[in-house]
Write a protein that binds this ligand. Structure first.
Ligand SMILES: [Fe+2]
Length: 260
């Protein structure tokens, strides 16, 4: 499996505290069936600043240490970027990282709200050829209250990343229900661990896929697996579902109807 969101790098944020913890997490990842993992330290979330060069350096050292230990896990560079005022400027100046050097870029919203400039930032990134991937929208209070807030961003070209533990029900049945609903509606398109440690916030990716398969079927769980692969391989992800053409013609119908 491929995990596109993790806090496995040491000394960066509230993830792995040191090398022992990071290498322990790497063993956990292998045990869970993960072969490739994108390290996505928090950046500009008000607490942690992890500009691109420091992440790239830490990824290099981590892979060296893993090879020395005979651990086959491949770590790739990424960043969990809080939507902040200087985001576009910092991207231009090489301070930000996309996911594994792809067109996909992981964005984090505050948990309480959808930032006012969210649509504008996503739009600008899209114009520049990036595909915003919104981290765990199911844990955002405004999205939970009104999933249409997320739908607008998805229609604009963003993707959603649901967290494995949300899908598996670790954060409660209410959040699990919402997560599965977002999966069903294709408002989220990829599942990732967002693992922070070996205890409270472990990987649990295999369990999330088991739940997805059981609750929504092999087609949906396959869609999620494929999308994680496409992100690492920088391949295009098609999000349009079968309902979209109908929705469009419905909009046209409403428009014509209203104008008569
Ligand atoms: Fe995260």
């Amino acid at each position: 499996m491929i995990d596109i969101h993790s806090h496995i790098l040491p000394f960066m944020d509230d993830g792995a505290a040191d090398w022992e913890a990071a290498l322990g997490m790497a063993q956990d990842a292998i045990r869970d069936g993960i072969t490739t993992i994108i390290a996505t330290p928090h950046h500009a979330n008000g607490q942690y600043m992890n500009p691109a060069p420091s992440i790239e350096q830490a990824v290099k050292v981590m892979n060296e240490r893993l090879r020395q230990l005979g651990n086959p896990l491949l770590v790739l560079p990424g960043q969990e970027i809080r939507v902040y005022g200087d985001l576009l400027n910092d991207l231009e100046h090489g301070q930000l990282l996309s996911l594994a050097g792809s067109r996909y870029i992981l964005l984090e919203m505050p948990s309480s709200r959808v930032p006012r400039n969210m649509e504008e930032v996503c739009h600008e990134l899209t114009i520049q050829g990036y595909v915003p991937v919104i981290a765990h929208p199911e844990r955002n209070a405004e999205v939970a209250a009104d999933p249409a807030r997320l739908e607008r961003l998805i229609e604009q070209g963003a993707l959603g990343q649901v967290t494995a533990q949300s899908v598996a029900g670790v954060f409660g049945s209410k959040l699990q229900k919402l997560s599965l609903e977002l999966c069903r509606k294709k408002l989220v398109h990829v599942v990732a661990s967002d693992a922070h440690d070996s205890g409270h916030r472990p990987f649990g990716l295999s369990e999330a896929y088991r739940v997805l398969e059981k609750q929504l079927g092999t087609e949906v769980s396959g869609f999620f697996r494929e999308n994680a692969e496409k992100i690492v391989g920088n391949k295009e992800i098609l999000v349009r579902n079968q309902d979209e053409p109908r929705k469009k013609s419905r909009k046209l119908f409403d428009f014509l109807f209203r104008n008569h």
